[in-house]
Design a binder for this molecule. Structure first.
Ligand code: NAP
Length: 298
């Protein structure tokens, strides 16, 4: 059975590596084809367009930046759905809102194919190791068809309900961490003037409920960031955090729910990702005010 993957960014490339390591017959496509080179060296085949990839494959995974990218790759000229795809299985894994997944679902169904959504928890390391958390939405039959390939990528698969349920569960899982980075930024402001080196401060946070699991694993990176001696590895880009926070607030609003804390974190990330932390990991928001606060010490 041939598997295709469209989108070879940080996550898509890591997932493709994992599938190749598990012996999958893999066809890949990326808007910038240069990113496919390391995968071609490991045995993948390059498709010249999403349409060509869909022609060759029985099941197609998509891992793209946002809803616009997903829409272009599925429904654009030379898109996945531009040719006959009856009976094929599409698995959409990007983090997008529930409305967008429902709209792609209608387009896929209209072509006689099936769509499963499976946005994921976990980052590049877990993707390479097949240890992602799969948050699945779709019909029971389609999800059963997707199970074998998803089990190569995920340590845990939660079938949340129909299409759109996976997107909402993914946003819920991500929300506390993204709000946390802004909360940690504010917490650091409270103690910036103390005569305490960043490594002791980061260690203290990691040893208490002042840190969530992500910081417990990355205390060294936090210390180096605060000390100005090292840049955290780029795992989840700040602009992605702003995008996801926007989806959370919009999805809650559509459900009649206010999210004042999340909305404040969205605004903070949107401003920071457009300026001082553009292209950097979401964690870097933590240190945005730190150097100035530290320098203002009496
Ligand atoms: P990324 O490294 O920025 O990759 C984005 C991918 O989307 C690239 O393949 C890019 O193609 C493609 N793309 C963007 N706009 C496009 C368009 N208009 N048409 C076609 N392709 C387009 O992002 P990532 O970190 O892999 O994240 C991918 C998705 O996974 C996002 O939805 C993100 O929120 C989610 N996610 C990320 C993480 C993480 O830790 N990074 C964890 C869980 C979920 P080019 O290479 O040509 O630009």
């Amino acid at each position: 059975m041939k598997t295709g993957i469209c989108g070879l960014g940080r996550m898509g490339a890591a997932m493709a590596e994992r599938l190749l390591s598990q012996g999958c017959d893999l066809v890949v496509w990326n808007r910038d084809p240069a990113k496919a080179a390391p995968l071609l060296a490991k045995g993948a085949t390059l498709a010249e367009s999403p349409a060509a990839l869909a022609r060759q494959c029985d099941r197609v995974l998509t891992m793209l930046y946002d809803a616009d990218a997903v829409d272009q790759v599925y429904s654009g000229p030379d898109g996945l759905l531009s040719g006959p795809v009856k009976g094929k299985l599409f698995i959409e894994m990007s983090t997008i809102g529930p409305e967008a997944i429902l709209s792609i679902g209608s387009a896929v169904t209209a072509k006689g194919a099936d769509l499963v959504e499976c946005p994921v928890g976990g980052t590049i390391g877990p993707a390479r190791e097949g240890r992602l958390l799969g948050l699945v939405g779709g019909s029971a039959d389609a999800v059963a068809q997707a199970q074998p390939i998803l089990s190569l990528l995920c340590r845990r698969i939660e079938h949340a309900g129909p299409l759109g349920a996976g997107a909402r569960l993914k946003l819920a899982v991500n929300l506390p961490l993204l709000v946390y980075w802004q909360a940690l930024r504010e917490a650091m402001g409270l103690v910036a003037d103390l005569d305490m080196p960043p490594d002791r401060l980061a260690d203290l946070m990691a040893d208490t409920s002042g840190a969530c699991m992500a910081v417990k694993h990355r205390a060294g990176e936090l210390a180096a960031l605060l000390a100005g001696t090292g840049e955290p590895s780029l795992s989840f880009e700040a602009k992605g955090a702003a995008k996801d926070l926007s989806h959370m607030v919009a999805t809650a609003a559509a459900q009649g729910q206010a999210m004042p804390v999340t909305a404040a974190a969205r605004d903070a990330f949107t401003a920071a990702a457009a300026g001082p932390i553009a292209g950097r990991d979401a964690m870097t928001i933590t240190a945005l005010d730190w150097a100035a606060q530290r320098a203002a010490r009496p």
